[in-house]
Write a protein that binds this ligand. Sequence first.
Ligand SMILES: N[C@@H](CCC(=O)N[C@@H](CS)C(=O)NCC(=O)O)C(=O)O
Length: 241
Amino acid sequence: MSPARGVGAVDHVTLFGHWICPSSVRVSFALAERGITHDLVDVPPTAARPPGYVVPPEFVEHSPRGEIPLVRIGSEYRADSLPILEWLEERIDGRSLLPSDPGERTRVFDAMAWIDARVFPPMIGVYYGTHAERIAASAADLADALVALGDRLGDGRWLVGEGPTLAEATVEPLYVRLDGLVRLGFDRPLDPRVAAHRARVAQLDGGRAVAWSTAQTDEFVGRCEAFRARRRASEGMPSGG
Ligand SMILES: N[C@@H](CCC(=O)N[C@@H](CS)C(=O)NCC(=O)O)C(=O)O
């Protein structure tokens, strides 16, 4: 495999991650969008591991919380998606997802933190919600967050500045699972500015690299429905509850 621009042989990039994990998708998006050649070591989240799956010892040794994504560059490791995105920018030259203007860079980091704090919790609340009331409340919170995301976009094409940035990498995992979220109870209309942004991001190299097939959406929905059923059964709730 030939190294990407700016990456020396000793700085080869390896991602330990999995397509269903939103945090891994952020990193996969950025690697593809920046044209960084890398290896993928597929490490499914615990809940998605097939019987007999053996976690790679290198992952166990270097992942501080046992979470994907984990990235290795040369002999160094980093965990946690947002710090990984920043570290990749520092370490790997070439196509960047950070503007050169310091004020705009700050706006990108603010947008990333805002998406993580405001959009992701209700998104996770929808798909891990066990009971109808919790799912509906999360769907309402997610709809509000996506209107706020639309306000951030305004009539712009990108979240910050004139082109895609790490803010797009941060939000893309929501966009790839949105069809699945609708099937899992996100029954609110999508802000049209967000819908247009989603379509724009899907056209990027990064967006194409992490897009889900119908089979992947089906698997995501099936896993979440099975999780809900197991939870309800363990709580002794009726299955419709
Ligand atoms: N804050 C972390 C969250 C990472 C995370 O929650 N990863 C999940 C999978 S999406 C995980 O590895 N969970 C542990 C497990 O499945 O055992 C990040 O942004 O990278």
